[in-house]
Write a protein that binds this ligand. Sequence first.
Ligand SMILES: NC(=O)c1ccc[n+]([C@@H]2O[C@H](COP(=O)([O-])OP(=O)(O)OC[C@H]3O[C@@H](n4cnc5c(N)ncnc54)[C@H](O)[C@@H]3O)[C@@H](O)[C@H]2O)c1
Length: 438
Amino acid sequence: MTTIKDRLIGRLESKDAVIGIVGLGYVGLPLMLRYNEIGYRVLGIDIDSGKVEKLNAGRSYIEHISSERIAQARDTGFEATADFSRVAEADAVILCVPTPLNKYREPDISFVINTVDALKAHLREGQVISLESTTYPGTTEEELLPRVEEGELEVGESLFLVYSPEREDPGNPDFETRTIPKVVGGHTPACREVGVALYRPAIDQVVPLSSTRAAEMTKLLENIHRAVNIGLVNEMKIVADRMGIDIFEVVDAAATKPFGFTPYYPGPGLGGHCIPIDPFYLTWKAREYGLHTRFIELSGEINQAMPDYVVNKLIEGLNQRGKALKGSRVLVLGIAYKKNVDDMRESPSVFIMERIRDRGAEVAYSDPHVPSFPPMREHHFDLESVPLSPAALAEYDAVILATDHDRFDYDMIRAHARLIVDTRGIYRGESDERVIKA
Ligand SMILES: NC(=O)c1ccc[n+]([C@@H]2O[C@H](COP(=O)([O-])OP(=O)(O)OC[C@H]3O[C@@H](n4cnc5c(N)ncnc54)[C@H](O)[C@@H]3O)[C@@H](O)[C@H]2O)c1
């Protein structure tokens, strides 16, 4: 007798299944493109009707995803909607909504909960729900499971529930959705089997795990590993600087060891939607078990202090030239949180700009990926990107190299800036008294 599970797996394997993607952002859009490219019909659902309209008109709103690709997907079965009742058309429902921290730095899973609350009345037999948003261990079981089972549906029998963390690395040319292995944990063995059938056609390597909790924890381990190691190397940077040693030379040298060492580079602080945020999801959950996550707290403290470290270096450099920061003109180079992208979320450049402005300096920025300072919830600058030229550079008392975009002309910057605070080791190994390593 064919079961509901067998029929769903059959539809996924034959590509008759409709893939529903809820949350068409940095994670949801590339996933949509991947399923579209291999021949599935994809229905995208988002609460932001502006995005829905743009995507349906064949236009992208993310710099590294071209409008041509969206238009091509539109021509081959992709459709976006803000109508949640249409989720019933989908065989797979993949949730890619934000999971930020609230102002007390505690998990805010309201987007996940609101999404499931909006969808649950429209769920039907024979669907698989996959949560991809980063979250603490237990979210799928504690928050999704009771909600999706409110009606007649039984998870593992008529509906299937999995957690499969997204590992998107925007702007990284070496990996794409297909080539990044995908971890999948199911609520039951049948859920896991369906989860594997969902991702196997789209992703080269699927890694099944024993539970949704193990999959949730895996994602957190990956990002905590990064946050802690970046914190470590940022602390090493401060020590090396005091000792007159170039930390970038040291990291590069250590990286020649062919085993047992992974290079992490120091910088002006953590940015993006993941590394500064995700570790604290575990910190919060661990408290429920009476445990403290000391590595996470310590690296958070070190990494959050980096913008101040950079500003202090700027103050020292100006001081050596007989200038105060107050009244100086400072140009910040790169305000996206990492190289070659336009994403500003949690960008340390913004904290640096605020501290400079608060001290009475005039602050400007240049970023080829961010033509004007975007509206942000907690930060406001009424600024346009300054086009870089020898004359423009010479107008500022100092520049801070905060994000190392490939599109910057570093020779021109070195030749014409009066003072450079280099947070990215661009001018490593060069001795120039106008360059301050930070
Ligand atoms: N950006 C990354 O590089 C990355 C990498 C790995 C994991 N993640 C994780 O993936 C998740 C999504 O991140 P993102 O970067 O794609 O976020 P995003 O903000 O780019 O996209 C989220 C989308 O969800 C939509 N949305 C919000 N609430 C909704 C709701 N109730 N119903 C439907 N749509 C809704 C928003 O309008 C937006 O389009 C987060 O948990 C994040 O931690 C992100």
